[in-house]
Design a protein around this ligand. Structure first.
Ligand code: URA
Length: 236
């Protein structure tokens, strides 16, 4: 990294409100695998809060997605949650209500969280976890968010995660995986194994909308397996 790159890098984190930036050898992943390279760990500004982030988003017009939105969908649930689910972006129902995962995919997500946890003897209700998306405004026709939209909105997702500092993150679908892990591989390749966002373990699994399609029913068992791993890691 040259001097100019380093300056830009430090400015990027300063704008996020990050005060401490240091390199260290990352702790092992939940499955015991070591992480070979050292990673950058960041701590959010001690004084950042979800309310401040909402205030900073304001009546956002930073990207083209503001043009068609009704409501900004920031996130919902327990701000002290040990587990955060990250989806792609609001759909029509979410855009109308201003809340994440309230449509059909949301109903399935609730079943996934509450059904799996109750079967595993971990009493957990949906409102005990935190749920948000990579982009906070609905993309037109529910298209996949574009790279620049993900980057612009990504600063707020990063601040949300740094403020909550969950024990684990569950990335729902390829867009969330790409935004958090910066990788090109699809969900099929990434799911079932632990990855990291900064120093927080990330499990990738299928997006509930994908699981709603009749021809993808066989992926449900895999999603249930992924969720079981996450729940045991976080709540055992
Ligand atoms: N799909 C998402 O990715 N997020 C939502 O909030 C709803 C559907």
């Amino acid at each position: 990294m040259n001097g100019e790159q380093l300056r830009q890098y430090l400015e990027f984190y300063r704008d996020l409100g990050v005060k401490t930036l240091y390199r260290r050898v990352a702790p092992p992943l939940p499955d015991g695998r070591g992480v070979e390279t050292s990673e950058v760990e960041t701590r959010g500004s001690e004084s950042d809060t979800l309310l401040k982030i909402i205030e900073d988003i304001g009546d956002c017009r930073r990207c083209r997605l503001h043009e068609g939105r009704n409501k900004i969908v920031f996130g919902s649930g327990n701000e002290q949650s040990l587990l955060v689910f990250v989806g792609e972006g609001p759909g029509a129902d979410e855009d109308a209500q201003g809340l994440p995962f309230v449509g059909r995919a949301g109903q399935l997500l609730t079943q996934m969280i509450e059904g799996t946890s109750s079967r595993e003897g971990i009493p957990l209700k949906r409102d005990q976890v935190y749920i948000c998306n990579v982009v906070k405004c609905r993309p037109p026709e529910n298209r996949t968010p574009e790279q620049d939209e993900m980057e612009i909105c990504g600063q707020f997702l990063s601040r949300q995660l740094l403020t909550i500092r969950p024990k684990a993150i569950c990335a729902l679908g390829g867009t969330a995986a790409k935004a958090l892990l910066g990788v090109k591989e699809g969900v099929t390749k990434l799911r079932g194994n632990w990855h990291k966002w900064r120093d927080i373990p990330v499990m990738v699994t299928y997006h509930p909308s994908y699981l709603l399609r009749p021809y993808n029913q066989n992926a449900k068992k895999e999603a249930w397996d992924d969720l079981r791993k996450v729940l045991h890691y976080v709540y055992d």
